[in-house]
Design a protein around this ligand. Structure first.
Ligand SMILES: NC(=O)C1=CN([C@@H]2O[C@H](COP(=O)(O)OP(=O)(O)OC[C@H]3O[C@@H](n4cnc5c(N)ncnc54)[C@H](OP(=O)(O)O)[C@@H]3O)[C@@H](O)[C@H]2O)[C@H](O)CC1
Ligand SMILES: [K+]
Length: 494
């Protein structure tokens, strides 16, 4: 799914109006209908709706939704916030249409004019949408504060009021509605994808309002959200007459004394990826641990008992993953730099290997199209920058991927996969239950296994992140969100 900026959405809007054609007021009506249908489906008549409307088209949506809900027999009160001298024509027309359902509009000019709130009241936030272009102040700020203080349940239309739509750190967040649900038109907004901003949306529900498909196709954007449709076909179905040699041979280099579990997790995840064969290079002390934990894998023992000091790459290897539990010994760094010289197959670098590369600034040795899988802390070490917010961190990851001609999978919610052309693929699967030690080891083993099967690095990262997140969603349902451990993810990989 493509993701667009507010100005691009306006372009698509305009194309829809011209090409369908449909009048702007009817597009508002169509957008509002998708929301009222959703609300009617989700709430019974014991609820009373307090609809807060700005004076733009977001407000026009709110007025039309209020009308639809009144027609459906709900208790509705409408509050218009006078934040500008006049409303858009769609706003004004929808004010007039309230007469059809005998709804009055209460104009709110001061916080004290906000309504009394009882426990049946649900707020519908149709104050500002993609038109927000500055931090809230004055009456808008007061009203949003009052909504925050007064309502336990808020439905935001298109965008929570106060939240910028774009990845634009110049609009500093001041006051912002914290929605329970956000009913957003056609696409999630870019700001929904990053920590520090995405938290305000609550559950996001994408409302298809039939925008111009051709224009959506024609407008270029570097931002994408991976859905299940996007990963279909990345991994080919297995042929009847095939054998394990057809599915590659991954080498995992991982583990040191006290951190052998990371090697086990990465190995087992790699096996679950569908790779034909997996060999794990570990310190010799780990031999029994690995053979017992992952009998399907072969083991290549290091000369050292406790850490990795040299990593021979057997000829039959088709991809290498290095890093989980590697440790930060000088000897492991020497093994890593020697591997960078030798490796001729796709490479994934994770965890301590990222750290070692960073502290010795060995990035000039990075093979093109390598896949790096840092979390925010590791990315800080890679760049030496303490990022103040997720937007600047993401922009830095995009630059890093371009400058080093590699794939950077910046882990988080949502994980962002940056390619060397500046594109960003936000991963649409996942669950907070996955925030547990070892989850990253599973991801790096999984992606290494996909690389070993000949899947191109970008696609392997996208598919790996998707499968990893889907496993997390499924296991959270079965085990509950507090009891998930990284090993569970492996059992749920599909
Ligand atoms: N394709 C679609 O997604 C459709 C979306 N629709 C809805 O339309 C809104 C966008 O409507 P728009 O009128 O462009 O903008 P808003 O309603 O979000 O904002 C209204 C105006 O408010 C002013 N503004 C912006 N920021 C502030 C602020 N911090 N304080 C005060 N006022 C502010 C600004 O006007 P100014 O001239 O005052 O700058 C905004 O223009 C979209 O979100 C959807 O809800 C349509 O329903 C159909 C298709
Ligand atoms: K809104």
């Amino acid at each position: 799914m493509k993701l667009f900026s507010a100005s691009q959405i306006r372009e698509i809007d305009q194309a829809t109006i011209e090409n369908e054609p449909i009048s702007s007021i009817d597009l508002v009506e169509r957008a509002a209908s998708t929301c009222s249908d959703w609300i009617i489906e989700a709430y019974d008549h014991s609820v009373s709706f307090h609809v807060f409307c700005g004076m733009g088209n977001n407000g026009a949506d709110g007025l039309a939704i209020a009308r639809h809900l009144a027609l459906a027999g709900y208790s509705v009160q409408v509050f218009a916030i006078a934040h500008r001298s006049s409303g858009t024509s769609n706003f004004t027309r929808n004010i007039e249409r309230l007469a059809e359902v005998k709804l009055d509009v209460h104009y709110v000019n001061a916080k004290k004019e906000m309504p009394e709130v009882d426990e049946t009241a649900v707020a519908i936030d149709a104050i500002l949408g993609i038109g927000l272009d500055k931090p809230l102040r004055g009456i808008l700020k007061d009203v949003v504060q009052a909504i925050q203080e007064g309502y336990d349940h808020v439905i935001s239309i298109d965008v929570p009021t106060g939240l910028p739509s774009d990845l634009d750190s110049t609009i500093k967040l001041s006051e912002c509605v914290e929605a329970t649900h956000t009913l957003t038109f056609q696409f999630p907004k870019l700001s929904f994808m990053v920590a520090g901003l995405g938290e305000y949306t609550g559950d996001v529900h994408v409302m298809d309002i039939g925008l111009d498909e051709e224009k959506i196709h024609d407008i270029d954007t570097p931002y994408h959200l991976t859905t299940g449709y996007d990963v279909v076909g990345i991994r080919q179905d297995r042929k009847a007459f095939s054998h394990k040699g057809d599915y590659g041979h991954a080498l995992i280099a991982a583990g040191h004394k006290g951190m052998l579990g990371a090697a086990v997790l990465a190995t087992k995840a790699c096996l679950r990826s569908g790779a034909g064969l997996v060999t794990t290079h570990i310190p010799s002390m780990g031999c029994d641990v690995l053979q017992i934990s992952a009998p399907e894998a072969m083991v290549q023992l290091d000369h050292s008992e406790t850490s990795i000091t040299s990593i021979p790459i057997p000829k039959r290897i088709t991809a290498v993953g290095i890093g989980p539990g590697l440790g930060r010994e000088k000897s492991s760094f020497n093994a890593l730099t020697a591997l960078l010289e030798d490796v001729q197959v796709p490479l994934l670098i994770d965890a301590d290997a990222l750290h070692l590369m960073s502290i010795t600034d060995s990035w000039s040795k990075l093979p093109a199209n390598s896949v790096l899988t840092p979390h925010a802390g590791e990315f800080h070490t890679m760049t030496g920058v303490e990022f103040g917010d997720s937007i600047s961190r993401l922009e830095a990851a995009r630059r890093w991927a371009k400058d080093h001609h590699c794939i950077v999978l910046l882990k988080g919610a949502y994980s962002a996969i940056c390619d060397s052309s500046g594109n960003v693929y936000f991963n649409g699967s996942g669950h907070p239950a996955m925030a547990a030690g070892g989850s990253g080891d599973v991801l790096s083993g999984l992606i290494t296994g996909l690389l070993a099967q000949g899947i191109a690095p970008l696609k392997a990262a996208i598919l790996g992140a998707w499968l990893h997140g889907r496993a997390g969603e499924e296991v959270a349902i079965d085990r509950g969100e507090h009891a998930v451990v990284a090993s569970d993810l492996i059992d749920y990989l599909s």
